[in-house]
Structures are given as C-alpha cells and as structure tokens.
Design a protein around this ligand. Structure first.
Ligand code: AMP
Length: 287
C-alpha cells in the first residue's frame, strides 16, 4: 500500500495506472474502526482484482466549529495504516492541512452546500457541510475515483454529498454503506472513545430509541411527533441532552409534522456529558 502525503505525489501515482476499470475512494478523518473497515472492504470488493482502492486520512479543520473537538480529535496514524492495508487498500492520501489549504489561498473559494445543509446537523454546526463539501470536492478532483464510498452513519452528510456530486456533475457514483454497530447497538464512531465507562453503558440508549420508534412504526404508529416522543423519552431517561430526535423526510430532511406518507428516516443527535453522538435509522424506503 502506498502512503502519499502531497497532491503532486498522489497525482503522479494516480496517473501511472490506466483510468479504465473501477477506482473506489473512501475519505476518512482517521481514528479508524470497524465501520471504516467495512467501507474499505466493500470498496475492495467492488474494485475487484483489476481495480484500485484509494482512501484518505485528513482531519479537516474547516468542518469543525471554533468550540468543537478539532484539537483533541483522535489521531492514530500507525494503526490506521495497518487497518487500511489489512482491508486491501492500494493507496492512502495523508495530506497536511497546509497541503490542502495553502496559506496563499487567503480568500478561498468554497462550495455552498445549499438548503439541506441548514437543518439538523447544519443548524447546530454552522459551516460544517460547506467544510465537508469543499474538502470532498478537492479530494475527488485529486483522487479521481469512479466510486465514492460513504457511511449511512452520517445520513445527512451522504445525502448532501450525493447532491453535490449530482448537481456539480462529478463523474463519480456514490455508494452508501450500512452503519456498523457495537454488539449493544451503539454505532461505531471515532468519538466513542471520549465516553467514560458509565457513559458508554448509557450510550446504547440511542439505538434503543431508534429501534423502539421503528418497532412502533411497524406496529402501526405512523405519526411523526408520536414517534419522536418515543425516542425523546428513552434518551432523556438515559441522561442524554437531546439536540434533535426527529422523523424527517428521507430526501428533503423536512420534519414530518403529521402522518408519515413518504420515505422517512429517524435522526438523533444527543450529548452524554461533553460527547456528542449521532445516529439514524431508515424507517421506510421508496416503494
Ligand atoms: P469519518 O472518519 O468520521 O469522517 O468517517 C469516514 C466515513 O466512514 C464516512 O463516510 C462515515 O459515514 C463512515 N463511517 C463512520 N462510522 C461508520 C460506521 N459505524 N459504520 C459505517 N460507516 C461509518
């Protein structure tokens, strides 16, 4: 597996192999876990023996707010590289912030991620999705993959990046892979390591809230606010500070204020102490 640190080196390596065939790409912020591994394995499977699997590790400063955890975000490069290699990655791009955002770009051009970026995560983390879209656009232009692999874990992120690739005509197919969970249902996340032992036990309540609302839906409860109440009660009982626990329309992310009549998703963001966790569950799909 090649480990490349500069755009120039990555491009040189990238153009050395023929562009026909599948080239999959898995962007990450490192601190890799089984959720990331599953994406890379799926990317490997799609690429096959004749294709290439690319990944990136970059803790992107522009997607963190000033009061967020950029400084303390876990950085575990050696273990990350070992995991990527074990999953069949061919090359990983590990740039510095100065490589991606050179100082001379004093008035940088960024991507406006549009209305989907102003709700839910975007309302709580202003500027977050502009940072995500801009860096992923740059990484796509550098890596030039045929397929971009994203996790369903970050539902709103994969939706916005799908729109970006579609609306800006990136010649890439977006693949969303399922959320990988711990045995008690907690979605794997690099941020889980911030949880104390006590918080870690309580954290499973997020998945309990999602599955309880899903079960109620399957038993006939089709009212959005009623399902939200089920999630909110479970989260509050476990000691979470809820930021949102909503039923939203899958494509527009509009909150479902009455009966669910179209594809919908349950979305939660909640804090345990200082740790902020997000998760989601698709309620029903397009028929
Ligand atoms: P991150 O390193 O948090 O930026 O995540 C990199 C990619 O891995 C994103 O597309 C995430 O949605 C995805 N990812 C993170 N956690 C999981 C998980 N538990 N299961 C599946 N994909 C995940």
């Amino acid at each position: 597996m090649r480990v490349l640190h500069t755009i120039a080196d990555f491009r040189t390596w990238r153009i050395a192999f023929p562009t026909h065939g599948v080239v999959t790409f898995v962007p990450t912020m490192g601190a890799l876990h089984e959720g990331h591994a599953s994406l890379v394995r799926a990317a490997r499977e799609l690429a096959g023996d004749g294709g290439k699997v690319l990944a990136s590790i970059f803790v992107n400063p522009t997607q963190f707010g000033p009061a967020e955890d950029f400084g303390k975000y876990p950085r575990t490069l050696d273990a990350d590289l070992a995991l990527l290699m074990a999953c069949g990655c061919d090359a990983v791009f590990v740039p510095t912030a100065a490589e991606i955002y050179p100082a001379h770009a004093s008035q940088p051009i960024t991507i406006n991620p549009g209305p989907l970026s102003t709700v839910l995560e975007g309302a709580i983390r202003p500027g977050h999705f502009a940072g995500v879209c801009t860096v992923v656009a740059k990484l796509l232009l550098i890596a030039q993959p045929t397929h971009l692999f994203l996790g369903q874990k970050d539902y709103q992120q994969q939706l916005i990046l799908r729109h970006m690739c579609h609306d800006l005509d990136f010649p890439v197919e977006v693949v969303t892979a399922p959320t990988i969970r711990e045995p008690d249902g907690l979605a794997m996340s690099s941020r889980n390591r911030y949880l104390s032992a006590g918080e870690r036990e309580k954290a499973a309540a997020i998945y309990k809230a999602l599955t309880a609302a899903h079960a109620a839906y399957l038993s006939g409860q089709k009212n959005g606010p009623a399902l939200e109440k089920i999630m909110q009660e479970i989260l509050s009982r476990a000691g979470f500070e809820i930021q949102y626990a909503v039923v939203a329309e899958s494509h527009t992310l509009a909150k479902v204020e009455a009966e669910i009549t179209s594809p919908a998703v349950l979305l939660i963001a909640a804090k345990l102490g200082a740790t902020r966790l997000i998760d989601n569950l698709v309620l029903n799909k397009d028929r």
